[in-house]
Design a binder for this molecule. Structure first.
Ligand code: HEM
Length: 156
């Protein structure tokens, strides 16, 4: 390892890259929603081992989301707590609490499902648009218009 590598450990780590953290983040999302969906389907019934299993899926999902999320933040230039990450933390807490809603049948399965989907959409929007982040992030919109511009200049 060269001196510069040691000085910038994050940018030189190929295995734990931004992409790796993103895959972990998305694996967490899948696991959380599988667990939550399982609990909503069980409606709080089901054998104790089955209920335990779906709760574990949900819990591991929460942990992976957090680990992947803060891992990405360590790679990105927005600091540890940009506005969008704080908002995502609130959504994360709400999705954590959702398991109890599923277990205790506070709302019907359909309503619980809708709340979970809306929370997921909010977190996705926050992750993609990154409101409150400085420097202004490159979104797919700015990225594709820059690509179109390059293409036009190249072909004309
Ligand atoms: C404290 C909790 C969280 C933190 C710190 C966090 C952090 C982040 C960060 C930094 C990104 C941007 C990645 C990039 O631009 O390369 C991101 C993207 C994303 N996050 Fe989160 N997140 C959190 C919670 C959640 C939750 C609860 C969900 C879903 C239910 C979620 C879903 C997503 C999705 C779908 C993306 C888009 C991935 C992409 O760029 O293609 N996040 N998150």
């Amino acid at each position: 390892m060269s001196r510069t590598d040691r000085a910038q450990p994050h940018t030189h780590n190929r295995i734990m890259s931004l992409e790796t953290y993103k895959i972990i983040h998305l694996a967490g999302l899948m696991s959380l929603f599988l667990g939550l969906g399982g609990m909503v389907a069980l409606q709080g019934h089901g054998s104790p081992p089955t209920k335990k299993l779906v709760s574990i899926f949900h819990g591991i999902g929460l942990l992976l989301l957090l680990f992947g999320g803060f891992g990405m933040l360590a790679k990105l230039p927005y600091g540890v707590f940009p506005g969008f990450a704080i908002a995502k933390g609130i959504v994360w807490l709400a999705l954590g609490g959702m398991l109890v809603l599923g277990k205790r049948r506070v709302f019907s399965a359909g309503v619980t499902w809708m709340i979970a989907i809306v929370l997921g959409i909010i977190a996705t929007w926050l992750g993609l648009m990154k409101p409150g982040a400085t420097p202004k992030p490159i979104t797919s919109m700015t990225q594709s218009s820059a690509l179109i511009e390059t293409f036009r200049n190249h072909t004309s």
